[in-house]
Ligand binder design. Sequence first.
Ligand code: ITT
Length: 191
Amino acid sequence: MKIVFATNNRHKLDEIQKITEGKIEILSLSDIDCYEEIPETGITLEENAMMKAQFIKDKFGFDCFADDTGLEVDALDGAPGVYSSRYAGEACNPQDNMEKMLRVLESKKNRKARFRTVIALLLNGRQYFFEGEINGEIIEEKRGTAGFGYDPIFLPEGFDKTFAELGDEVKNSISHRAIATSKLIDFLLSI
Ligand code: ITT
């Protein structure tokens, strides 16, 4: 089976291609010659994920899926959530986002947080959603170089290393995206 993954994030594509290896062939946006900016203006992860998938279906005609992920921090009432990529401002990068997060949490005792991924799938004219989350905490300084985004400051529950220290293999076996992806794969292989 071949299906398009509507993401501009190279790291996400790599993670999902590794997780689905040998089971499903995942096409990237460049495989279908899509180089356009995909809108992400929803106010929930579900809405954003489906918006990305729908954009590809409408413009390119492919069945596809997209993921939207947010980091939900308890002391910030679930923020930045759906706004995680722009936490430090419109033109920010992951380093800016992490620095802002560490600054904002400086005086906070409760550092509990979770990553939540929603995958939206458009297949044969129907919509499906798959969700995965992982609990953990935001540590006080960045540790590790693997992964991407907020990985250097996120310590998953039950581990003493951040996602960025654990590396791809471990992250891909326990992460929010791994959980959502395995639900997607089970579904695709069952139909
Ligand atoms: P696409 O929308 O093109 O898929 P994106 O990088 O914009 O890629 P999201 O909106 O889903 O992806 O991600 C929101 C933010 O959360 C963004 O800053 C990411 O770097 C970060 N993020 C997403 N998944 C992550 C993960 O597994 N580990 C650490 N940070 C992650």
